[in-house]
Design a protein around this ligand. Sequence first.
Ligand SMILES: [Zn+2]
Length: 173
Amino acid sequence: MLTENELLSFVEKMYGSSGRKIIEALMKSKTGMGIDEIARETNLRTNDIRRLLYEMAQEEFVITLRSQRGESMWYTYRWYTDTGIIKRALVRRLRATLNVLNERLEYEQSTTFYICPNDYTIYSFEEAFENGFRCMHCQSELIAFDNKSIITFLKSLIEEIEKILKALSINEA
Ligand SMILES: [Zn+2]
């Protein structure tokens, strides 16, 4: 189970301490906040707040609420988030990362790489084969490149993200 503080530390990793301050301010509000209110609460500059809110809205860590001002044509926009919204956004982002890592792992596991010992250019098996196992740049003989450490690294990242996702989904249920 992820605590609120752990969620916030993820937000901080992605959007910095300013992003975290904005999210913390919004989480205290039940009805959402305007940019000026957030500025008063966080002491951040409105330009920075606006930029961060748009970034966070793109990944749906925050949403906008629109309300009509009385009978007029004017709408006011307020920014809103809660722990459910943040968790769902985090799950989406981590799943996307996991997909990329799994594809990369599959690629690393299925391909042998070759490296030029002279200029360190890396070749896939196909590329090395097409060039007669010689470097395209300097004609040095290529040597098989051990990508075990990359595979180990990818596996540990995947394991870590899966663990976080598991904690998030237990929370969500
Ligand atoms: Zn070379």
